[in-house]
Ligand binder design. Structure first.
Ligand code: SF4
Length: 209
């Protein structure tokens, strides 16, 4: 599999690292059952990334989108979370069209470092300092979810919040390894700036994928 494979360029095949059925653990849709599609490939290089195995797309054999949707249909929920890696490295138009045809709603998790190619029902934009979102992502984001590792990241969160549309939901989420230290600071901040909300990685607390 290479990025020059025509079927990958067309979005008919994707280097899927894993699929699983679980509950959304983070952000606005926390607690909602969904089929997760984790697509390999990311060059953002977040040092705290908890899914570094996703970075190298070459490690993940490309599969046809028909197979992805076939697997999704085995489960009762009609919600699909497309995540990564950075899923916007790929043309997701064909996958989204097929999922919508089958009655799924589609939630995208992205850093926003690539242009949106797909039709999504919900876009969760999680900006990364070292590879900030493209301007095109801010107006279309339904949710801004900023990872806070240290107090200074709160200012970065506000920088991003200025750019999203007025209806966008605003979340701060502690980086997992720093959660004991930084969560109290996030809580204090939200108490004073109540248009923000706290996102917890609830799946990690209850040990589900
Ligand atoms: Fe990991 Fe996401 Fe950062 Fe990519 S953007 S390095 S997948 S946390």
């Amino acid at each position: 599999m290479t990025f020059t494979d025509d079927r990958i360029a067309q979005g008919l095949m994707l280097p899927v690292m894993e699929t699983f059925y679980s509950l959304q653990g983070e952000g606005y849709h926390t607690g909602k059952a969904a089929f997760f599609v984790r697509i390999g490939g990311c060059d953002n290089g977040c040092w705290w990334c908890d899914i570094k195995e996703s970075w190298d797309a070459e490690l993940h054999p490309a599969i046809h989108i028909d197979e992805v949707v076939f697997q999704a249909e085995k489960h009762p929920a009609r919600s699909v979370v497309i995540t990564g890696g950075e899923p916007l490295l790929y043309n997701l138009n064909p996958l989204c069209a097929l999922l919508h045809q089958k009655g799924f709603e589609i939630f995208l998790e992205t850093s926003g470092s690539e242009p949106p190619r797909g039709s999504f029902d919900w876009i969760c934009l999680s900006p990364k300092k070292q590879s900030p979102p493209l301007d095109a992502l801010y107006p279309v984001a339904n949710e801004l979810k900023v990872i806070i590792f240290e107090q200074s990241d709160i200012a970065w969160a506000e920088d991003n919040a200025y750019k999203v549309n007025p209806g966008c939901k605003l979340f701060m989420q502690a980086e997992w390894s720093a959660r004991e230290v930084v969560t109290p600071a996030i809580v204090d901040y939200i108490l004073q700036h109540p248009w923000w909300m706290l996102s917890l990685q609830s799946h990690k607390y209850i040990h589900i994928p």
